[in-house]
Ligand binder design. Sequence first.
Ligand code: B3K
Ligand code: ZN
Length: 854
Amino acid sequence: PVAIRRVDYTAPAWLVPTTRLEFTLDPSATRVIATLSVTRNGDHRDPLKLDGAGQRPLSIMVDGVAVNDWHFEGEQLVIPLSGDAHVVETEVEIAPDRNTQLMGLYASGGNLCTQCEAEGFRRITYFPDRPDVLSRYSVRMTADKARFPVLLANGDPVAQGDLADGRHWAEWNDPFPKPSYLFAIVAGDLAVNSGSFTTMSGREVSLGIWVRKAELAKTDHALEALALSMAWDEATYGREYDLDVFNIVAVDDFNFGAMENKGLNIFNSRYILADPDTATDYDYDAIAAVVAHEYFHNWSGNRITCRDWFQLSLKEGFTVYRDQGFSADQGSRAVKRIEDVRGLRASQFPEDSGPLAHPVRPESYQEISNFYTATIYNKGAELIRMMAAILGPKNFRAGTDLYFDRFDGTAATCEDFVASMEEASGIDLTQFRLWYSQAGTPRLSASLSHDPAARRATLTLAQHVPATPGQPDKAPMVLPLAIKLFGADTGTALIDERLVLLDGPGETIRFEGIDERPVLSINRGFSAPVVVESDRSAADLAFLSAHDDDPFARYEAMQQLMLETLVASASTGRAEHDGVIAAVARTLEDPDLDPAFIAEAVMLPSESFIGDQTRIVDPDAIFRARDGLRRDLGTQLERQWRQAHARAGSAPFAYTPEGKGLRRLRSVALAYIMASDAPDAAELALAQFEGADNMTDRQGALTALVSSTAAQRDTALDRFYARYSSNPLVLDKWFQTQAQSSRDDTGTVVAALARHPDFTLTNPNRARALIGAFAANQRAFHAIDGSGYRFLADHLIALDRLNPQTAAKLLPPLGRWRRFDAKRAGLMRAELERILHTPGLSRDMVEQSSKSLE
Ligand code: B3K
Ligand code: ZN
């Protein structure tokens, strides 16, 4: 396998100022004529090299004359050109209905759509398919009018008309030069929910959400989120939209969440369709976040794109940071931060400590699709957040203004972004750049001592960045740490919050005039994406969980208390639960707390996060420890859980921060009531399931029931299936919830579900709902007989033949073998070997499985 290396970057030999595409659309045989104006870039004699993949070349012309002196180098089409500017025309045929990879032009639910990022455009036509070749596109589509009444492309519509033979055509023009990965067309039988937005300079933009007619009623939330995003980006970053139309199309078959194609976003339908009966609050939030994310890309990604794919976090990390800010402003900032950190710890921390660890700006890749990772996206966003904290809001905004202004219309680098921040603020970020080049999650140890006689507190900090593949030795990073001290007796703040920049291996900080014994609050708001190891006692953590004035730190103290309790009981088998129970009781009874925050704070850390705290993960012991604590919390606080459960009451569904918080607490409380084994618990859950007027409560009840052996479990599952079997997005929940069950028979149930008539590997959402959720179910996946590993490998091998990108994304759980006992590690490696030696394995899977074995 060939590695592509960042240091090998060279500028493109030929530029393509304009591109004209003519599509004669047909699901089984689509003709594409591409007319490229090309200009020699620099002083060289190199021929024109165009990327291609899988299409059939029908004709090649240069300056209007058919040529035959071209040849192939691998899949690249090489055309010798004598002058400095030519017009090159190619015609190819492609078969969208046989495209199961869902890259390039493909069919979904009878409609045709495209996905080009990162390298899908080369599956449509021959082109220099790299992000630093920006071109102005005009597109003409011709198709059967009855079957494909709607024809959409990037940019603004120009003209349309009917042909005599039942076909029609449409022309679109995108005035903004863009890389090929942002190209998109859609042809289909679609209905539109239209809106409009007036930009800050008074331009009217027409907005459209395109879906199947029957789904039109589920698009209002997405449309509202789009208008809110447009207003937010103007107010927060001064960014205005730049075309007359902004269209979004929802499709059922999609490899990831959504795609920011210029003026024509294409979405996985799960991030568009919502009504109270079928979407949870979580879904509503995710829809708004993804709509915002793709919209924000119009500036951070499209107007300014990436020079090469090593710079992917330039657009993704920054855009995640922007969508996180948007979501925080729509609801509870504190709860949003907690959710984001939980997500980072669940997906990015394991990546950063495993065989697939890579820097936010990677040095090499074999298949770029494998690098759309939590590190590029979520750790990337944390880097932007740290720079914002170091610079302060005014300087940060000056930095983004400078960046947008200076690099508009270009393909830029991460370095360009950091340099803009430096120039606008005058703050030196030399050492900070290590965050882009060094992989691994830094570990910070923090220890506070107090000398009452000297009235002094001393904080000792030390950092260590663990070795990662290819990076054995690390330099100390810049860690921005928000710190505060509280008096253990009075609970009052002893110092104002301050931002400490730890930039060496260790540092000692003195605080004078401290009479009372201080309790340390550190990494408040999760100011740095690090693991903190402190010597704070259980009593101090309990104190912070009740008194810290930073909601994240308060949540964190509770999590730490729970984790320490769980790790201890998993390793010793002895359970000491009183401290956690008292702290949870205090949180539940605090009248000043927001129910959404309470729900987050009282939730136990996941089994896999507990596992991440131990050197060798014992999935069964962790399950037992967690289950035991859950049961004790359920039993001893049963009265409080019932009160919290009743508190959400019978208020009708409203998607408001208050409504969301109460529903969240309601289902968390229900799960604890189930854990208490109260005789009426399953009946109470079934009553919530039956009485719910929204999917959040219904799915919450189903989740509480699915791990139980009560008869009500099957009743709920059967009724859920009967009610929703024709709705693919809700059926995904039915599969996923069962794959997440903690029952002993989950492995068998999941294997049977994989043979269910509604299960299919061709739809990525369905594959992820069952297989992805199962591989994240620590105890079930790591069954000691290896059945979970075999199940995953069997399905990944089958999926790879259809859709390598989606298969490769599901592989990483097998690469965690170093963290398990010798027996499990051996079984996991054996499955990785089996995958790697499968004949015809994709490049995506070769990279993931071979690296996972190293
Ligand atoms: N930029 C796309 C992701 C493309 C993934 C390609 N494998 C969506 C997003 O991040 O907004
Ligand atoms: Zn993105």
